[in-house]
Each structure stands twice: as structure tokens, then as C-alpha cells.
Design a binder for this molecule. Structure first.
Ligand SMILES: [Zn+2]
Length: 159
């Protein structure tokens, strides 16, 4: 019983112990996201994202909900978030005299905001979107070059 307890604890930490999986947890702070958004925000191959999500789900860290063809993910227990934030605070103290401390304080929504491709309506992340246009001092991001050319032909239609 005694050793089983520490094994369970270690298994949970093992599921969390990957930079991409910690990133996923922080993306899911206070929100439920479809796998396609997680994929867009992390800029990782879908198969890779799915594998990380499976590990998190098997460990009970995230739970899923299916709606049509889309699967939505959210953190199963808010205390996972709190535990992760506590560890980040340890890191903030450790790195307090470096620029890293500031970044550790940021939320994922500040690090990886989500915007909409004005042409197709797809959700993209400015950090990972390959296509960007500056129009009338405003930034626009696109899923692919096709949407960029459509936008450039007739920007007034989309702004
Ligand atoms: Zn598009």
C-alpha cells in the first residue's frame, strides 16, 4: 500500500513530465479546446499532439467530450493547474533576475493568442501562422497562401 501510493504519485508526474504536455495543460487553463486548436497553437504534427493528449487522458489529467467529429479537451481537475502554477512559482524565484521570470508569469493566452483568418474563418495563432499581412496598420494572419491571395485581391471585403 505504502509503495503503491508513491508509485501512483510518480505515474501522475510522469504523465505531466514533458514540455509539450505541460504546454497543453497551460493552453487548457480555464477553457475547453478542440484538438485542432491545440494542434494550431502548438504547431506540432497532429499525430504527435494526439499521442501527448492520449497520455494525459490515460493519466486522468484531461477529459474529453465529443461533439460531432470534433473532440474537445479540458483539464479534469483544477488542482492540476494549481500544482503546476506552484511549481512555476518555484521557477520564478529561481530565475528572478533573468528575463525568464517574466515569461513564466505569462499566461498561455498572452504567449500564444488565437486569431481568426479573415478569409476562411479558421482559428490560427500569430505565433505559428505562416502567413501575415499588414493592412491599414492592422495585422492579419492566414492559414495558408490561398487565403492571403484572396485577401490581397479585395481586402475591403474582409476587414
Ligand atoms: Zn484560411
Amino acid at each position: 500500500m505504502y509503495s503503491e501510493m508513491f508509485q501512483l504519485h510518480a505515474d501522475l508526474l510522469k504523465a505531466l513530465a514533458h514540455p509539450r504536455r505541460l504546454e497543453i495543460i497551460h493552453l487548457l487553463r480555464g477553457q475547453e479546446l478542440p484538438v485542432s486548436d491545440i494542434h494550431t497553437m502548438l504547431d506540432l504534427p497532429q499525430a504527435n499532439v494526439s499521442q501527448h493528449l492520449m497520455i494525459l487522458r490515460d493519466a486522468g489529467v484531461v477529459i474529453t467530450r465529443r461533439e460531432g467529429k470534433q473532440v474537445y479537451y479540458k483539464v479534469a481537475d483544477i488542482r492540476i493547474m494549481e500544482a503546476s502554477d506552484l511549481l512555476r512559482q518555484v521557477l520564478i524565484v529561481k530565475h528572478k533576475d533573468t528575463p525568464l521570470a517574466g515569461e513564466l508569469l505569462l499566461r498561455m493566452s498572452e504567449l500564444v493568442p488565437i486569431v481568426q483568418d479573415p478569409v476562411c474563418g479558421m482559428r490560427v495563432s500569430p505565433k505559428t501562422a505562416g502567413f501575415h499581412v499588414l493592412h491599414d496598420a492592422q495585422d492579419y494572419y492566414f492559414c495558408a497562401s490561398g487565403c492571403v491571395s484572396i485577401f490581397k485581391k479585395e481586402p475591403a471585403k474582409y476587414v
